[in-house]
Ligand binder design. Structure first.
Ligand code: CMP
Length: 507
């Protein structure tokens, strides 16, 4: 008997030394788990010593009790060593790392099974032990209610797999950190400031926690916002273009290339008291730990791009607008604006036959307009009597075809004009005109045009020729006309348009 116990003892000690060496080599972080095995082995030795001592003192009952205890401790030591080998050496070796709670649970079940097996082997009634165990458990459960809540929380966290070690989370109080370990009673979270938050598991489950940078089925990195302000003098489309070009041009360290970073205008006049628009660059961060350094790199990219483009970041502006209104100054400004409009009108071949004073009349009635990419400047079917002269930008002429699709009839690029049909014939707009970039233009209304026509009605003939040519081009797309049909149509369209202009302007 003593001999077999000696073999067992030596075997367990050798096992402990081997497992300790392996744990040390494969997963040194688990070294603390060896403590339990050592304690159990010592308890095994003590129980065995006690059993032999009582036997020598002729106390067979006590001796038997200690032998049973020694058996139980031996089984526990064996189970602990097996678990250590499996969870800290074998599984990590093949890349599987189970959380501590999971391995503890498995070992705990092993202990219970071993205890029952040993008790029944020694002829002790396990149900009696079960009943007294249940009473003790009930007493413990009542006195350790909050601790048990945390323990159950820990088990639930493990089972539903909502949080894993290594996840970045944000707590309800706004603090962010990386989950280092989920323990029985608490979860350990390490923050970027190198502090550690210990959150009781029950509290973790009761509140809303945000798992950062995680989306079902995808490993999407977290979206980050970098804000900046630019004052109203600079159009949003230009700011967005300049910043987008700069952030996409070359990769930025720790910024994901997919999804691509982007820039948006988020607000005008934030808080109602500032004179700038608020913009944001949104990007997806690859590693959440260095968030501030990455934001800083993105800010530096934004700043230099804006500086290159001559666009300053907004400064708090408390501006008093002082306007000196003397006649000379006003006349000079009016002259300058008229010149700009005349220059624009000279690019319109429709007005080639107009005399300088007639062009001046038209210019006086023009107003400045801007549009941004994607905006619809005229809508097919709408009734509006404006002609637009583009000074910069591009636009598409789009028309609805028979099958309800949209077809592009022409691309316009400044200098060019559109809207002449609506202005001159009064007919509904024949097409949509969509800005395909920022468009700068002047808009001419019916009144000043009528003024010129009434003075020189004969120019109507030439205008009708030019209008008919565009009109037939449009019909060709809509109705699929060939060259011969187009030629035939042009003559009839010319007459029809002439009639329309005359009646619209009462000539
Ligand atoms: P309007 O009909 O007033 O509004 C839509 C405008 O689209 C139209 O005037 C023209 O100025 C323009 N447009 C229509 N067809 C063409 C075309 N084939 N080429 C260029 N511009 C066109």
């Amino acid at each position: 008997m003593l001999e077999s116990e000696l073999i067992w003892g030596t075997g367990l000690l050798a096992g402990l030394v081997i497992v300790a060496a392996l744990v040390n080599a494969v997963r040194p972080a688990h070294r603390s788990r060896l403590r339990r095995a050592i304690t159990l082995l010592i308890l095994y030795g003590i129980a065995l010593g006690g059993a032999y001592a009582f036997r020598a003192a002729d106390q067979p009952e006590w001796s038997k009790g200690f032998f049973i205890g020694a058996d139980v401790m031996r089984a526990f030591t064996l189970a602990t060593l097996a678990a250590l080998f499996t969870f800290s050496v074998l599984l990590p070796g093949v890349g599987v790392v189970l959380p501590m709670i999971a391995s503890d649970l498995i070992v705990g079940i092993g202990y219970i099974v071993a205890t029952f097996a040993i008790l029944s082997h020694h002829g002790v009634n396990p149900t009696g032990a079960l009943v007294s165990g249940a009473v003790v458990s009930a007493v413990l459960a009542i006195s350790l209610q909050s601790t048990l809540g945390n323990i159950m929380g820990g088990v639930a966290l493990q089972l539903d797999g909502s949080i894993h070690e290594g996840d970045w989370i944000q707590l309800e109080n706004g603090k962010q950190g990386k989950v280092r370990a989920i323990r029985w009673r608490h979860t350990i979270i390490e923050t970027r400031d190198w502090s550690t938050i210990v959150v009781p598991n029950a509290a973790l489950l009761a509140g809303n926690i945000t798992i950062l940078g995680k989306r079902d089925g995808q490993s999407t990195p977290q979206r980050m916002w970098v804000w900046f302000n630019v004052d109203f003098r600079f159009p949003p489309t230009r700011i967005i273009q300049v910043v987008t070009d700069a952030i996409l041009d070359a990769p930025i360290e720790n910024v994901a290339s997919d999804p691509r970073p982007n820039c948006v205008c988020m607000d005008f006049n934030r808080d109602g008291k500032e004179s700038f628009a608020t913009y944001a660059v949104r990007y997806w961060i690859l590693d959440l730990a260095p968030d501030d350094p990455t934001n800083s790199r993105v800010r530096a990219r934004i700043y230099t791009a804006l500086r290159r483009a001559g666009i300053p970041l907004a400064v708090p502006a408390h501006t008093a607008f002082v306007e000196l209104k003397d006649e000379q100054r006003t006349a000079k400004r009016d002259d300058r604006q008229l010149e700009e409009r005349l220059t624009a009108l000279e690019t319109v071949h429709l007005f080639k036959a107009f005399k300088p004073d007639e062009l001046r009349t038209l210019a006086a009635g023009m107003s400045h307009m801007i549009y941004t990419a994607g905006e619809r400047i005229t809508r097919q079917g709408a009734v509006a009597h404006w002609l637009y002269v583009m000074t910069s930008g591009t636009a598409d002429i789009r028309v609805a075809t028979h099958d309800g699709e949209q077809a592009i009839v022409a691309h316009l690029k400044a200098p060019d004009f559109f809207g002449e049909m609506g202005l001159m014939t009064g007919e509904p707009r024949t097409a949509d005109v969509i800005a395909t970039s920022d468009v700068d233009c002047f808009r001419l209304g019916k009144a000043s045009f009528q003024q010129v026509l009434l003075q020189r009605p004969e120019i109507v003939g030439e205008l009708s020729d030019k209008l008919a040519a565009r009109r037939v081009e449009l019909m060709a797309v809509r109705e699929g006309l060939d060259a011969a049909a187009m030629k035939a149509r042009e003559a009839s369209e010319r007459d029809r348009i002439l009639g329309s202009i005359k009646s619209f302007f009462g000539l």
